[in-house]
Design a protein around this ligand. Structure first.
Ligand code: NAP
Length: 177
């Protein structure tokens, strides 16, 4: 069982533009997204920050799409956000350590997916709770936006696997040193 940060980023290390939009990814990212389904098959629980949750809800509302996950999802927030009817969404806050224990329990032997953003994932890494990152780097510069990983100190990883996805994306699995 592993805790994995799985996300797409621009060449300059942003996961969303300054307005929280993922249009750059839809426009420039790989056309074949079957690798996401393979990744999801191994996941038993996921966690995300409030901005990611709010972006996902507004995207689903706009596109008339349902909540995409059938597994438990922890949403980190200090606010009272609206849940999605029928979805297993749990709002939590504070120290990520105890919440990670709960994620592992909920995942029931499968992997835990940290959806993002970069500050939240950094909090897990600070406590030695991040095992791997699988990052799809898309060949586009955004020049500004939401950071892939926000830490003040140097944070190094090892490359475990590399896959090319079409002609605009390289998908790399990094393990924590
Ligand atoms: N390209 C990709 O693969 C990818 C992946 C993930 C996300 N994204 C995008 O990236 C953008 C969001 O990233 P982000 O880094 O700005 O935000 P984020 O991590 O989704 O959300 C940050 C917010 O989460 C809450 N939070 C974080 N840690 C907390 C804690 N320990 N306790 C309580 N609340 C906590 C706080 O919200 P409050 O204090 O307001 O409650 C904080 O402002 C979104 O647009 C999303 O769609 C892209």
């Amino acid at each position: 069982m592993k805790t994995i940060y799985f996300a797409a980023a621009s060449l300059d290390g942003y996961i969303a533009d300054k307005n929280d939009s993922l249009e750059w990814l839809f426009k420039n990212g790989p056309a074949d997204l079957s690798f996401i389904k393979s990744f999801m098959d191994g996941i038993g629980a996921l966690a995300m920050g409030a901005s990611t949750y709010e972006w996902l809800l507004s995207y689903n509302n706009k596109n008339n799409e349902p909540w995409p996950y059938k597994i438990p999802c922890l949403v980190f927030t200090h606010r009272k956000l609206n849940p999605v009817e029928g979805a297993d969404i749990r709002f939590v806050q504070g120290d990520v350590g105890p919440h990670h224990k709960e994620l592992v329990r909920l995942a029931n032997g499968k992997n835990v997916w940290l959806v993002g953003g970069g500050e939240l994932v950094g909090l897990f890494h600070d406590q030695g709770l991040l095992d791997e990152m699988q990052i799809q780097t898309v060949a586009v510069f955004l020049n500004e936006g939401k950071k892939l990983f926000s830490r003040r100190t140097e944070t190094a990883f090892k490359i475990k696997q590399i896959n090319q996805r079409g002609d605009t994306c390289v998908d790399v699995v990094y393990s924590v040193k």
